[in-house]
Write a protein that binds this ligand. Structure first.
Ligand SMILES: Nc1nc2c(ncn2[C@@H]2O[C@H](COP(=O)(O)OP(=O)(O)OP(=O)(O)O)[C@@H](O)[C@H]2O)c(=O)[nH]1
Ligand SMILES: [Mg+2]
Length: 312
């Protein structure tokens, strides 16, 4: 870093710590873009590990954004500061897809105790697995007590978010075999809490029962058995979910649970960063002749990979 950059980083970090929305937004953009200055920023934002991170995931349209907004209201009523990250891992050009979310967040747009950012992983070497915990650190520095992360339920992204979250909420809607689909997709495996939303429709209770039965068959993770609750997010009826989240928070605070979570999160972050960096390094080192060799079947891809690794 040159002197001008040092001043810029110091200034931004100081303003973010005072909770200035524009500085927070700027730093999260840096996270998103994988800025060269990121290591310097993060060195100035040590985590106290006090923030409670809630991940919300589920199929399109189940009510994640509506739920996020309702949860923001619930925590604001307790005078807690809340950060919201709408994570869109699928498209490098987020915007359109998240417009609806922004509109739903309008209730909170003028509230100084709420930071709302959408985030993709443009150019970030470690992908969402590395950028999500970094964005959380920025929000924590800005004084957030709670961070809500909404992610579209597709493949790797919810696993990455689950690695960052203290409580991963899998949201389902009644009917349409959603419960069975979720089980098939393995999405229930990342659930700390399952919430059947749209309970104003038929079948919410039977879906919840079905999920409870499936979960009973699965192994307990870290001695926590995931509660299954119902909600009507659109009407703000999310009391059972808030209770389940409180329970999870209390459970984590006990004994070594929180420490174990933090270590898991740190492991995921380190591996994601290392993977991203190693990949770049290997890519730069790839020999075109070896590539041709593998493409034409003269060289084994295993040998080519070993060759790359031996250069480390
Ligand atoms: N009947 C009913 N509708 C709901 C409820 N919660 C949300 N909705 C409606 O479901 C639709 C989708 O809600 P969103 O919150 O946008 O769902 P989402 O999961 O964020 O959707 P994506 O971000 O597109 O994946 C909206 O029309 C909501 O008004 C509910 O409890 N009951
Ligand atoms: Mg949404």
């Amino acid at each position: 870093m040159n002197d001008r950059e040092v001043t810029e980083v110091d200034d931004l970090v100081a303003r973010a710590r005072r909770g200035e929305p524009r500085a927070v937004a700027r730093l999260i953009s840096w996270v998103e873009d994988g800025s060269r200055l990121l290591p310097e920023v993060l060195a100035r934002l040590p985590s106290r590990g006090q923030v409670f991170v809630i991940g919300l995931t589920g199929s399109p349209g189940v009510g994640k954004s509506t739920m996020t907004s309702a949860l923001v209201s619930a925590y604001r009523a307790r005078h807690q500061r809340v950060g919201v990250l709408a994570v869109d891992p699928s498209s490098p050009f987020s915007g359109g897809a998240l417009l609806g979310d922004r509109i739903r967040m309008q209730d909170h747009a003028t509230d100084e105790g709420v930071f709302i950012r959408s985030m993709a992983s443009r150019g970030h070497l470690g992908g969402m697995a590395a950028s999500t915990p970094q964005a959380v650190r920025v929000l924590e520095a800005a004084g957030c007590d709670i961070v809500l992360i909404e992610t579209v339920g597709v493949g790797q992204s919810e696993v990455d978010v689950a690695a960052t979250a203290d409580a991963t909420v899998v949201i389902l809607a009644p009917g349409m075999g959603d419960g069975i689909q979720a089980a098939k997709a393995g999405i229930l495996e990342v659930a700390d809490i399952v919430c059947v939303n749209k309970a104003d429709r038929d079948g919410a209770e039977s879906t919840a029962r079905e999920i409870r039965q499936m979960l009973r068959l699965g192994a307990l993770r870290e001695g926590w058995s995931p509660p299954v609750v119902t909600s009507v997010a659109a009407k703000g009826d999310i009391h059972d979910l808030v209770d389940a989240l409180d329970l999870r928070h209390e459970w984590l605070s006990e004994a070594d649970h929180l420490r174990a979570r933090r270590r898991e999160r740190a492991t995921a972050e380190i591996l994601a960063l290392a993977q991203g960096r190693a990949r770049e390094r290997w890519k730069a080192r790839l020999d075109p002749e070896v590539i041709d060799g593998v493409a034409e079947g003269r060289v084994s891809p295993f040998d080519a990979a070993d060759g790359l690794l031996s250069g480390d």
